[in-house]
Design a protein around this ligand. Structure first.
Ligand code: HPA
Length: 274
């Protein structure tokens, strides 16, 4: 495993001149952030040795290096979901590679279904905590070179980065919600009772990604910022059907706000968090 990670990272370093400080994972409908990245150097996943290949509709599978908000970034266009049939090692492999590319921060975006009654479709939510209902990606032999066997999870999402987001969003006049994201396998959306259950156990939004990548980033002590677009609402009394198309459409509508916030955060990001 470690050899494969190193092999991918060595190949990437031989192909691109940019040394990224921030890794970004672009979720459903958020691919447009890519157009704001300047001085791009692009590598297809299929050209990187040991890298998994992306299949799902709406994801093209490329690493995009460049500058965003004055910071050097590497963005994953196309992420790997457990429901596609990848194992957890594959789902989280790119984050392991990012560590070997020396990224100091990980920014993640996704789409999710809101259960908090105060939420509306199109809201942006800073993820402040998660509940993991997917298999844990750290199951198996621990890679001691990368992190501890039993990693602490008391601050999965960086509080300083969340505070920076609130400050940037305030200046931009964009409303942001905060809440807990429950990560599930999918690919079914939830039944009304499941949305109700997730609400009762303390989650504000539910989605099929992010948590594995965040666990692996935290295993390697990378500070994480994650933001979710609420693309639909679910609950026992909410009669709303959900479709992939609708998730994509609402994701695309919120893309501009999300891009502005992420870019503003990058502009103000310190070299190292205190
Ligand atoms: N449930 C699970 N995943 C999702 C949802 C949802 O309602 N919306 C977007 N991703």
């Amino acid at each position: 495993m470690l050899e494969k990670i190193k092999e991918s990272a060595t190949f990437i370093k031989s192909k691109v001149s940019i040394e990224p400080e921030v890794g970004i994972i672009l979720g459903t409908g958020l691919g447009g952030l890519v157009h704001s990245i300047e001085n791009q150097e692009v590598i297809d996943y299929r050209d990187i040795p040991s890298f998994p290949l992306s299949t799902v509709e709406g994801h093209s599978g490329r690493l995009i290096f460049g500058t965003l908000g004055g910071k050097k970034v590497v963005a994953m266009q196309g992420r790997f979901h457990y429901y596609e049939g990848y194992d957890m090692q594959q789902v989280t492999f790119p984050v392991r590679v990012m560590k070997f590319l020396n990224v100091k921060y990980l920014f993640v975006s996704n789409a999710s279904g809101g259960m908090n009654p105060a939420f509306a479709v199109g809201d942006l939510m800073i993820i402040t905590d998660h509940i993991n209902l997917l298999p844990n990606p750290l199951i198996g032999k621990n890679l001691d070179e990368l992190g501890p066997r039993f990693p602490d999870m008391s601050e999965p999402y960086s509080k300083p980065l969340a505070a920076l987001c609130e400050s940037v969003a305030g200046k931009l006049g964009v409303k942001v919600q905060k809440g807990c994201y429950v990560g599930v396998t999918g690919p079914t959306f939830e039944t009304p009772k499941e949305y109700g259950y997730f609400r009762r156990i303390g989650a504000d939004a539910v989605g099929m990604s992010t948590v594995p990548e965040v666990i692996v980033a935290r295993h390697m002590s990378i500070p994480v910022f994650a933001m979710s677009i609420i693309t639909d609402l679910g609950g026992e009394d909410i009669a709303m059907t959900v479709s992939h198309e609708e998730v994509q459409r609402e994701g695309a509508k919120a893309e501009k706000k999300m891009t502005q916030i992420m870019t503003g955060m990058l502009q103000e990001l310190p070299a190292q968090l205190s």
